[in-house]
Each structure stands twice: as C-alpha cells, then as structure tokens.
Design a protein around this ligand. Structure first.
Ligand code: PLP
Length: 406
C-alpha cells in the first residue's frame, strides 16, 4: 500500500545527525568555553533588500481594495516577472530566452524535485558525486533508480567530481538520459567553464539526453568568463531545462520564489517539454503569491540590484576570509570564488565525521561533513560563507590557532 521505494530511501541523516551531535556537545559543555559558531548552514543571514520589502508592502496594500485584489496567480507566473527575468537574466547576457519559456515557482528545491515527473520510469539518471541530495532522492521515490542496496541506488549513474578533475566531472562514456548538473556547485563551490559546459551540451544533444541545470547560485559568479546560464552555450535550448532561485540572489529563502526555463525548442518525440511542464504545473501547483512576485520583480530595479550586490559582496568577503585562513593554515581548500561554499580537505587524513568532531570539540565551529553529499565527499568538509562577518572572522581565528597545534 505504501511507496516501498520511499521507504527504502535512507532518511536525511546528514543535518539531523549534525544537529544531534551539536546538541549533545552543548548539553555536556553547556556554558563553559567559547560559544559554538555554525558554518554549516546553507541559509542566508543578511536582511532582505529594502527595495523588495517596499515592493511587497505596496503589493500587500493593493489587496485592501476589491479593484486591485489579486486572487489565484496565472499558472506560469505574472508577465511582469517573466519579462523582467527574460530581460535581466538572459537577454542582457546574450541568451534569447523569451518570457513564455519562463515558469515562476516557489523554489528551486520543489522544481528540481518535481521535474522528474516529465520523464519515463525507464530513464537512466545521472548525478554528480558529491551532490545536492534532492535530485537522486526525488527520482528514487518514483522508483526510477531501482532498489537501494549496499549504500547505493541500483540504477543511479554518478559522475565523480574529484580534486583531479577540479570538481567538474566530464560527460560519461556510456549513455545517460537525464543529467542533473549544478553550477556554481553546492557543496564544492566549483563553477563550470564555458568549455566544460559545452562538452555536456554536446553530449546531451548527441545522446538525446536532457540536462536539468540548477543555477541557484548564479548570482555569486564573479569571473566574467564563467557562464551564469546554460543557455549562454549554443545548442543548450534543445537539451536543457534550467532552474534558478531568488533564495540566494536576494535572500528569499523564507519568502520563496524561483523560476524554471523550459525552452520552446526542447522537444522529444515531437512533444514539447515546455507544454508538458506547463501542464504539470497547472495540474499540481496554484502559483507563487502576487505579493512575492512583486518582491522578486524589485530585485531588478536599480536599488534592488545594488542592494543584492552589496549583500553578495558581504558573503563573498566571508568566503575570501575562509579561503585565506584555511590556506594560511596549510589546508587544501577550493570554491569560495564563484560560490558561497568552501570545500576543504580534512587535515591529517581525518575522515569527514572525524574532522567534524575534532573541529566542534577543539574550535567549537560547526561545518558539514563532505561524506554526507556522496562517496566522493569522504575526507572533505564544507564551510559556508552565509554567516556574519564577525562570526566568520572569529571562526577562522580559532581555526588558525588550532592549526598551529595540529
Ligand atoms: N539548489 C541547490 C543546489 C541548493 O543548494 C538549494 C538550497 O540550498 C536549492 C536548490 C534550494 O533553493 P530554493 O530555496 O529556491 O528552494
């Protein structure tokens, strides 16, 4: 009667295990010693841009009058937001994505989990290792990955992202139908170059595969040569769906707004994936609130742009501070330049959880064990730049002091 695949899926052990360990440590050590600093969170800490809050307040006021009340939003989102995204995120970067290809939603998490509903259960699915867990888990729940045995899903293909390939895997030799890519990457902080993305687009067009491209961290790209969208690569419109979010661009993790691009040109067997996604959303989703969409639109006002840029620069200064401190301590660390995540190698050949315990005990700093994101993450550790500058500074000061003892 119940979904047996869902029951086979290992529970999301990573963050609950971190919370359990931190709670146990706090209980034991209570008030003694310095406070615990959390650098494991992927949530934002800076206030929302003033321009977005002002736009949401005035959109809320519109609801006080029957003449301006907004009920159910259009399935794909309001035209004002689809047009703003088309212009600012695509046309200005040389990618011709019209508003009709853009579907407004309530999160990159839900869209990246729901998109698999468009595909048959015989599809071969491939994900990076390490990886944001939603892609594999959502396919697993549908039964597409077979059974879970010996710590892996039978039918899941993984693309190892290692130090040797700079944490950007090349396309596989064999055939994969549905490919999930995420750049800039959570957890490694790697960003794919134009040539690396081109290789994936060429592979997908040759194999008839579809790439689901998660660009939730695109606003953090500082290198002008790194594409922010897969549609900056010729040929991507016939093989890729792109998922983006206002969560990390504008601090909307609590407000909830995102978009997915399904280009008109993307067809399989004569069927338009844009039409299929429109149908899926119309069937199962009743839209992102008008007030929220007005808030998201304000991201593209001159004030919104400069306020978002200011917040991102605060986080990226944190990332620089983390990288400098780790490297200064002789620790191998990557990411943190085009992404708010720093991926470090655990010192002294410690494993990921061994280093987690060590860092908590000795420095009272909490990060995320790399092994929680996949087998290739073992021996690595993720630190995030989303804390306050003061906390980041203090944590890195402690790590520096610690390294002198290692
Ligand atoms: N995609 C990636 C790679 C993420 O790391 C996250 C959040 O941490 C999300 C999507 C979720 O984005 P949203 O808040 O829009 O659901």
């Amino acid at each position: 009667m119940l979904n047996s695949y869902a029951m086979e899926a290992p529970s999301s052990y990573l963050f609950s295990e971190i919370a359990r360990k931190v709670a146990a440590f706090s209980e034991k050590h209570g008030g003694d010693g310095p406070r615990i600093i959390r650098m494991g969170i992927g949530d934002v800490t800076r206030p929302l841009p003033r321009a977005c809050v002002d736009a949401m307040k005035s959109a809320a006021d519109e609801q006080l009058s029957a003449a301006t009340l907004r009920g159910y939003p259009p399935d794909g989102g309001y035209d004002f937001l689809r047009k703003a995204i088309s212009e600012h995120e695509y046309k200005r970067r040389g990618a011709d994505i019209p508003p009709e290809d853009i579907f407004i939603s309530d999160g990159a998490k839900s869209d990246s989990a729901n998109i698999q509903e468009l595909f048959g259960n015989d599809c071969v699915v491939g994900v990076s290792d390490p990886v944001y867990p939603v892609y594999a888990d959502s396919n697993a729940w549908s039964g597409r990955l077979g059974h879970y045995a010996d710590g892996r899903w039978e039918r899941l293909v993984t693309f190892p992202c290692t130090r040797e390939n700079g944490y950007v895997a090349p396309p596989p030799d064999g055939h994969v139908d549905l490919i999930y890519l995420c750049f800039p990457n959570n957890p490694t902080g790697a960003a794919a170059s134009r040539a690396q993305l081109r290789a994936w687009v060429d592979y997908a067009n040759e194999h008839g595969s579809i790439i689901i491209y998660d660009a939730a961290y695109r606003a953090y790209i500082s290198d002008p040569d790194i594409p922010r969208s897969i549609y900056e690569i010729d040929g991507a419109k016939t093989c890729a769906i792109e998922i983006c979010s206002f969560s990390k661009t504008a601090g909307f993790t609590g407000v909830r707004c995102s978009w997915t691009v399904a280009p008109e040109e993307l067809r399989r067997g004569g069927v338009s994936l844009r039409a299929l996604w429109a149908r899926r959303q119309a069937t199962k989703f009743n839209g992102t609130p008008y007030i929220v969409q007005r808030g998201a639109e304000a991201v593209y006002s001159p004030a919104g742009q400069s306020q978002c840029a200011e917040t991102i620069s605060v986080y990226m200064r944190n990332a620089r501070r983390i990288l400098d401190a780790l490297r200064g301590a002789g620790i191998e660390a990557t990411g943190g330049v085009n992404a708010p995540y720093v991926w470090m190698r655990c010192p002294d050949n410690m494993d990921s959880w061994g280093f987690f315990d060590y860092l908590l005990k000795e420095a009272r700093v909490v990060g995320t064990p790399g092994s929680g994101f996949g087998k290739c993450g073992e021996g690595y550790f993720r630190l995030t730049a989303f804390g306050s500058p003061e906390d980041t500074d203090e944590a890195m000061h402690r790590v520096g002091a610690l390294s002198r003892k290692i």
